[in-house]
Design a protein around this ligand. Structure first.
Ligand SMILES: Cc1cc2nc3c(=O)[nH]c(=O)nc-3n(C[C@H](O)[C@H](O)[C@H](O)COP(=O)(O)OP(=O)(O)OC[C@H]3O[C@@H](n4cnc5c(N)ncnc54)[C@H](O)[C@@H]3O)c2cc1C
Length: 339
């Protein structure tokens, strides 16, 4: 009987790929996946289809519950990890339960980024990262006619397209800060604007939201830098994803934009690795760290981390050159830590 208990925080592309590789490499180990989401592993990039009504919840599923039974992977859904004690090798769940691990893999993904200047308006904004977010929005759709979208990441582009197909009037304020930390050339931004306009979206290039307030009659009033006042039933804020690592601050893990890991995806603490959108990976050739947001990268890093947890020494290698694509426009979603 293997003495190992591999615990993985996360139930996305990185976590699931890692669990499969761990099971293939160690038939006897205990493997546990913990996720604060209530749903089984699903395709996040299909959330816009779900919203548009062209895909149901079942169409989003990547894995059935039987997969986990067959491979003896324990799945704990709807359970949030609030703290990690690396000395005792214990995780604390929100409902006060403790989970012991021998080796831990952090696959906590990304969370929607909101630029600081918009913090005061947080309660007015809608974001979509999870199926739960999309479900909530779908339930509100009948009461939504006018939509204002600020930002301009690829999630927003897809969701705006879905909302237009549902007959909603969408005004898109393409912020100069969109695609942060990447900077799109003026030509590239114009190209995006042109595609969005063709899709039926009212695009305002180089305008920005400067104020938003809820109206007593319902909905919101948005004031733009150009002085326009727009009424909206929904204000979407989409500025990309950033590593979701806040609950790990104070554990002793090295954190910059994401969890800092070496080329083998090992953190600075014993027996703790990280993979996927939450990881910031060292490349010794470049003497620099990279973060990359995207499904293929998450799968690749999940696989590499699992191999290394099994005792191999496989380097993660270079960051992928690009990850996301919208109607033929490819956006590089990888960025470097400024040293
Ligand atoms: C709407 C949308 C569209 C997208 N479209 C594309 C696309 O077209 N192409 C592409 O390549 N990428 C796309 N992405 C990005 C892609 O989905 C992510 O890069 C990928 O899912 C990352 O996988 P991951 O395993 O690193 O993390 P995630 O899939 O984010 O999973 C993280 C997991 O960690 C869990 N978790 C986090 N903190 C805790 C905690 N404290 N306790 C318990 N559980 C926790 C979460 O519940 C979740 O299960 C899209 C993302 C979104 C939101």
């Amino acid at each position: 009987m293997s003495p190992e208990h591999f615990v993985i925080i996360g139930n996305g592309a990185a976590a699931n790929r890692a669990a499969d590789v761990l099971r293939r490499g160690d038939k006897d180990a205990r493997i546990t996946l913990i996720s604060d989401e209530f749903f089984h592993f699903y395709h996040r990039h299909r959330l816009a289809d779900y919203l548009a009504g062209t895909a149901g919840e079942d169409d989003l599923l990547v894995r059935t519950p039987q997969h986990y039974q067959k491979h003896r992977i324990r799945l704990r859904l709807g359970q949030r990890v609030t703290r990690v004690d690396p000395q005792e090798k214990v995780l604390y769940l929100k409902h006060m339960e403790k989970v012991r691990y021998t080796r831990l893999l952090l696959c906590t993904g990304g969370k929607p980024r909101l630029p600081e200047i918009y913090y005061a308006y947080r309660a007015c904004f809608t974001t979509v990262k999870t199926l739960a977010d999309a479900r909530q929005l779908r339930e509100r759709l009948d009461g939504i006619r006018d939509v204002v979208v600020v930002g301009g990441d690829l999630v927003s582009v897809r969701l705006a397209g879905a909302l237009v197909r549902l007959g909603k009037a969408v005004t898109f304020l393409v912020d100069a800060d969109a695609f942060w930390p990447l900077e799109l050339t003026p030509e590239r931004r114009a190209e995006f604007a042109e595609r969005l306009t063709r899709a039926g979206i009212d695009v305002r290039l180089d305008d920005a939201l400067i104020h938003v307030e809820p109206l007593a009659s319902g909905g919101y009033r948005v004031t733009t830098r150009a002085g326009e006042r727009l009424r909206a039933d929904m204000v979407g804020a989409f500025f990309g994803l950033v590593p979701d690592v806040d609950f790990l601050l104070g554990t002793g893990l090295d954190v910059d934009r994401g969890l800092l890991v070496n080329e083998y995806l090992k953190t600075n603490l014993p027996d703790i690795y990280a993979a996927g959108d939450c990881a910031q990976v060292y490349n010794p050739a470049l003497r620099n760290y990279w973060v990359s947001i995207g499904w293929p990268n998450a799968e690749k890093l999940g696989e590499v981390a699992a191999r290394n947890l099994l005792g191999q020494m496989q380097p993660a290698g270079q960051a992928p050159a690009s990850a996301l694509e919208y109607e033929g426009i490819v956006v590089n979603t990888c960025w470097w830590r400024r040293m």
